[in-house]
Design a protein around this ligand. Structure first.
Ligand code: GDP
Ligand code: MG
Length: 163
């Protein structure tokens, strides 16, 4: 069985761009509009000898009480439940947000392997500019640039190292 990787994170951090990079497809909708991918979305991926399934999700809003946001949270929780490893994506340029803290709190309660990924990290200095993400309590942050294809192979290797 191929392992399942779920991509979670607040809208606009680059989950769909990372999905496309991991699957080398254009299947997920990449948007300049926050939260456009409102359903779970599956793709097959391979890096070297590692084969996997990726699940993209819409934005995550754990405490939202109504409408599309509740549906998005439910979709994300279902994607996490069926995943072997969770990729929690944050925005290296935006820094830590309140929503990131909410998601981190949810993920810390699960006993599921999770990798904290700082996307949009092209040109950034890891030790200095990404240090604040340690406050999310999920360990080391892995810098990537989904748009530029940087850090992807190491990310997949790290994921398989947790399985
Ligand atoms: P999602 O809402 O989390 O699925 O985010 P998207 O994949 O739709 O991307 C949101 C925005 O971030 C788009 O404008 C992307 O082009 C941009 N983006 C995604 N990855 C990167 C990256 O590695 N670097 C930069 N600078 N922008 C990115
Ligand atoms: Mg998306």
């Amino acid at each position: 069985m191929k392992p399942v990787i779920a991509l979670v994170g607040r809208p606009n951090v680059g989950k769909s761009t990372l999905f496309n990079r991991l699957t080398k497809s254009r299947d997920a909708i990449v948007a300049d509009f926050a939260g456009l991918t409102r359903d779970r979305h599956y793709g097959n991926g391979r890096q070297g000898r590692h084969e996997y399934i990726v699940v993209d999700t819409g934005g995550f809003e754990p405490d939202a009480s109504a409408g599309i946001y509740r549906e998005m949270a439910k979709q994300t929780q279902q994607a996490v439940a069926e995943a072997d490893v969770v990729f929690f994506v944050v925005d290296a340029r935006a820094g830590v947000s309140a929503q990131d803290h909410d998601i981190a709190k949810y993920l810390r309660r699960l006993s599921k392997p999770c990798i904290l990924i700082a996307n949009k990290a092209e040109g950034m200095v890891e030790g200095v500019q990404l240090a604040e993400f340690y406050e999310l309590g999920l360990g080391a942050v892995v810098p990537v640039s989904a748009a530029h294809g940087q850090g992807i192979r190491g990310l997949v290797d790290a994921a398989f190292g947790l399985l």
